[in-house]
Design a protein around this ligand. Structure first.
Ligand code: SAM
Length: 317
């Protein structure tokens, strides 16, 4: 069987990666935002095995119900359209929709009229990892440069968890390591627990805590910390970076991703350039070991100010 997309023939792609290809097709048909998704992802030399596993895991988490699965994948369409709308507002006003955490709680987390919160929001985040090109590249970078440790045993922390996809794959790649996950939100905790259980990572290997990062204490320093898309969600990102520094073992490494000038409904701290993120990283006494800095729109450039950027780096002390 052959899958044909436009003028391109994808050979046996659909046979080898059916969940990934079928989800791509669904997204392509669902929205202009995902037009030619498969062609676009293919150009980045994707990690097909991981993309397929991520979709297959989602299918399992949806009780092997294809309609429920597609309904959850569609949350990414809603999320993406909302991003475009809020981004237009940011370009006009120069501000994010929410200015502080209290506003986020009121307008997003506790807003009963909002459908894209709780589990639907987690599903959007989860699928973005594969089907947003910037997020896909980030995960490839994470797998190649962060998951492959030379250390046989150690302790890894993910904060905040969100879907828990980073720590799950870290522990799958490092079978003798133990993990801890911290997040304030109940849905993040529940989603992570389901993903871990599906991957046979039990409580003896991974502890999941409902806790505020600023209050979290540990008796030991972590050898690896994953902190995805957090600094833009808080009022004081420098304090969060300093906290991560205090939780890291002297020889440890941190994997961090940060949204710059990219408007989501729950973003608070407005970084206007990658250089502003680097300034905070250095002020928290970290060294930048390696970076992946991507412009979200084709018209932008990674070092431009006031254009959406996905900043990602590996840090050490
Ligand atoms: C956009 S998600 C990021 C999740 C994930 N790390 C990723 O890269 O997809 C932001 C998460 O931060 C959590 N959060 C917000 N403030 C927090 C805090 N002070 N301590 C711990 N978690 C927090 C929220 O509950 C939410 O799950």
């Amino acid at each position: 069987m052959q899958a044909v997309f436009g003028t391109m023939v994808f050979g046996d792609l659909i046979e080898r990666y059916p969940y990934f290809v079928r989800t791509s097709e669904f997204l392509e048909k669902s929205s202009f935002f995902f037009k030619k998704t498969l062609q676009r992802i293919r150009i980045l030399h994707p990690n097909y095995e991981w993309a397929e596993k991520t979709c297959r895991d989602a299918f399992e988490l949806c009780g092997r119900d294809w309609q429920a699965y597609l309904g959850n994948a569609y949350k990414l369409v809603d999320f993406s359209v909302e991003f475009l709308r809020l981004q237009a507002l940011l370009e006009k006003t120069g501000r994010y929709y929410c200015a502080n955490f209290r506003e986020v709680e009121e307008k997003v987390y506790n807003n009963k009229d909002r459908t894209l919160r709780g589990a639907p929001y987690m599903w959007a985040l989860y699928f973005s990892q594969v089907f947003w090109e910037t997020h896909h590249r980030v995960f490839k970078f994470f797998l190649s440069d962060f998951v492959s440790t030379k250390q046989e045993q150690g302790h890894a922390l993910e904060v905040p968890l969100g879907t828990g996809i980073f720590v799950t794959h870290f522990l799958l790649g490092n079978r003798l390591w133990k993990g801890v996950g911290v997040d304030l939100g109940d849905t993040a905790i529940d989603f992570t627990k389901s993903l871990l259980a599906l991957n046979n990572i039990g409580p003896t290997r991974m502890t999941v805590l409902k806790e505020d990062l600023y209050r979290y204490k540990s008796d030991f320093g972590y050898e690896r910390i994953m902190c995805g898309e957090f600094l833009e969600h808080v009022e004081d990102p420098l304090a969060a970076l300093k906290k991560l520094h205090s939780l890291l073992n002297p020889k440890g490494k941190v994997f961090v991703t940060v949204a710059v000038w990219a408007s989501m409904i729950d973003h608070i701290f407005l970084y206007k350039s990658a250089e502003e993120v680097r300034a905070h990283i250095r002020a928290a006494d970290f060294t930048i070991e390696k970076e992946l800095v991507q412009n979200v729109f084709e018209s932008g450039r990674p070092e431009q100010k006031k254009t959406p950027i996905n900043y990602c780096a590996i840090l050490s002390k």
